[in-house]
Design a protein around this ligand. Structure first.
Ligand code: ZN
Length: 485
């Protein structure tokens, strides 16, 4: 089927869908739908004759009911900041995009229960601000927080820089409201910390990337706002010392340790070159650096003394070559700016092949040694580029391809580079998708590595919730027709 065939269907399905949302709730001109059909950065593009923008759960339900009856695939979309193409339809033009970006209500704020109930289209930054208004913290923090939406964060089980202390989106969620593919609404917005009454269905939807239903609202956990923050950046000769430092920091700081971020030498140099105003805090060049942050309720000198004790022991054990502690909020921001500039640094360094892998924390040095060696042997001239979250065992391992490779060569070799890296991940019992999701980017790779029994359970879940295969087809699991061929 082509886009034209969906547009010229005799059943008038497109008109009926438009009637559900009214004139303010749909886009159909190609120029208007382009930002929805194209992924962030332009990597993924799809076709659709219609983008629907429902403003309420009732409208999402009506859309799902009509689409199911007419067998029209639905592609849910949040802030469209994903990196794996999970929010784009395929090229056939047979699906509609359903953007939740007009569902912007903060439905409830409960300071006593420490919860917030928001609709899917609220941005992450707005959720953080709503928590702050009642002197609480919503700890999820990512580079795209100004534009990503909580529905997308839930659909991908987003992680970020605070997972070490607070967990990922799964750990931050107490309840969901979901519209099933046939249009039925499940109100699971229970703000309970204990609820053992059967299967925990919210976890089926979190991280399912819109393949089982529409998440329309969520009840989220809030935390006390830290009164004190201490931030340090340390230079290391060897990445194995980063793992040792993490163990040391955990022992001294316990739950006060909130971030432990890793950067590799060339990425720091490129960050400084790419972003005006940035500078390295170190006089010399070092192979690795880590950004360590602790936060807590205790004001005064308590947390500073803990950070200083950590640095003293780190230097004493010979784990670090140099180190700085932020003396002010401005200095703290300058250190974080180096970490946050890693995506810009990546662009400055040249075209890279992105990986979002995780391994057990102790295996990080083994992963890097094995992946670096295997890539260097297969593709001489490839340059390592790595940053990530040591405490989560999650690395963005994005080697830069040699400058002399043509565009065609890059496209041809990227899958081989993926396979080499992912083979190392598999050998170390890791995951090929730690926090970005599979989307359409890594579906084939996931099917290559997952055990048959795991894939069978995933397909059984898909069939139970979406028997017609209409929810975000081709994401998380490959198309069923292709699986049979
Ligand atoms: Zn990350």
């Amino acid at each position: 089927m082509t886009a034209a065939s969906l547009m010229t269907r005799a059943d008038g399905i497109l008109d009926r869908l438009k009637a559900v949302v009214g004139p303010a709730g749909f886009l159909e001109a190609a120029d208007d739908t382009a930002p929805f059909r194209t992924s962030f950065g332009g990597t993924f593009q799809g076709e659709t004759p219609l983008v629907l923008r429902p403003a309420s759960t009732a409208e999402v339900s009506a859309i799902a009911g009509l689409c199911s009856a007419a067998r029209v695939p639905m592609v849910p979309q949040g802030g469209n900041t994903g990196l794996a193409g999970g929010a784009q339809p395929d090229a056939s033009g047979t699906a509609v995009i359903v953007s939740l970006d007009r569902m912007r209500q903060v439905r409830a704020v409960d300071g006593a229960n420490d919860t917030l109930t928001v609709e899917a289209g609220v941005t992450l930054a707005e959720v953080q601000a709503a928590a702050e208004r009642i002197d609480r913290l919503f700890p999820l923090s990512l580079a795209s927080e100004g534009s990503c939406r909580i529905g997308g964060n839930l659909a991908t089980n987003a992680g970020g820089t605070q997972v070490l202390r607070y967990g990922n989106m799964r750990a931050l969620t107490l309840g969901l409201e979901v519209v099933l593919p046939g249009g039925r609404i499940w109100n699971g917005l229970r703000g309970l910390r204990k609820d053992n009454a059967g299967y925990d269905l919210k976890h089926v939807f979190i991280g399912s990337e819109g393949t089982l239903g529409f998440i329309t609202a969520a009840t989220l956990r809030l935390f006390p706002r830290p009164r004190a923050v201490e931030t340090a950046m340390l230079a290391l000769a060897d990445v194995a010392d980063a793992v040792r430092l993490l163990t040391l920091a955990r022992g001294l700081m316990g739950d006060q340790l909130t971030a432990f971020e890793l950067m590799r030498a060339p990425s720091l140099v490129h960050a400084v070159a790419a972003v005006p105003g940035l500078s390295s805090p170190f006089a010399a060049a070092h192979a690795w650096s880590v950004l360590v942050e602790a936060s807590g309720q205790e004001t005064g000198e308590g947390l500073r003394a803990t950070m200083e004790a950590f640095l003293e022991q780190a230097f004493g054990a010979g784990l670090v070559e140099d180190g700085v502690v932020a003396a002010s909020g401005a200095q703290r921001q300058r250190l974080w700016a180096l970490r946050e500039a890693q995506a810009e640094a990546q662009k400055h360094a040249g075209p890279g092949v992105k990986h979002d892998i995780s391994v057990p924390v102790r295996a990080i040095p083994d992963f890097l040694a094995a992946a670096d060696a295997a890539l260097a042997a297969a593709f001489p001239g490839i340059v390592p580029f790595t940053f990530g979250h040591v405490g989560d065992g999650n690395l963005h391992y994005n080697p830069i391809m040699p400058a002399h490779w043509s565009v065609e060569e890059r496209a041809r070799k990227a899958p081989d580079i993926n396979r080499i890296v992912h083979d190392v991940v598999a050998r170390l019992d890791g995951s090929i998708s730690a926090e970005h999701g599979l989307g359409q980017l890594r579906v084939r790779e996931a099917e290559h590595y997952k055990a048959p029994v795991e894939l069978e359970m995933m397909r059984a879940l898909k069939a139970a919730f979406d028997p017609l295969g209409l929810m975000n087809p081709g994401k998380v699991l490959a198309y069923s027709s292709e699986r049979l061929s």
